[in-house]
Design a protein. Structure first.
Length: 177
């Protein structure tokens, strides 16, 4: 009977407290592991979505690569030679009496749009005489063949020599590499 209190304390209460602490620690560890697992699953899903998105973008970019290469080679060409050759080809497509190039000027220095940018560029001033329809076709052809041209100024005036033709003065900023 003298040892009853010690037996109860060391035989039942203390082992029960130790078991309760171990079980409580196990539950806490399990919940912490479950939370960590959920967080890692969410991070994995996010990373997987990012990877799939990157693969989709890469597929889209790889389809555009020939165009980018073509644009880069176009930008590397000298603007004056490109414009001259393209205008000659365009002039061959259009009737001579409806399309005539009257002047070409390559001012030095950056003005207009180029003055507000650090991108290398040059300015091109062109003058034409022609019908409105032929000039529309010529501008569409030129701007399609040279997408680096940005229209800066366009003046259209009636021609004094003919009622069916107009005088066009065009200024382009030609962006270069």
């Amino acid at each position: 009977m003298f040892y009853r209190q010690s037996i109860v304390l060391f035989g039942f209460v203390l082992p029960f407290a130790v078991c309760a602490a171990i079980v409580g620690g196990g539950f806490a560890l399990k919940s912490k592991a479950a939370a960590s697992f959920q967080q890692k699953q969410a991070l994995f899903k996010s990373a997987e979505n990012n990877r799939i998105g990157a693969l989709t973008l890469e597929a889209q970019v790889s389809k555009k690569r020939p165009h980018v290469d073509r644009w880069n080679t176009q930008l590397e060409k000298e603007t004056a030679n490109s414009i001259t050759s393209h205008l000659k080809e365009i002039g061959d497509l259009l009737p001579a009496r409806e399309f005539q190039q009257t002047a070409v000027e390559y001012p030095s220095g950056s003005t207009g749009f180029a003055s507000a940018s650090t991108q290398k560029s040059s300015q091109v001033k062109l003058a034409f005489r022609g019908t409105f329809r032929s000039m529309q076709r010529a501008f569409v052809e030129l701007e399609t063949r040279m997408p680096q041209l940005q229209l800066q100024d366009l003046k259209i005036e009636p021609s004094s020599s003919s009622t069916s033709t107009l005088n066009f003065q065009v200024t382009y900023t030609a962006w270069e590499k």
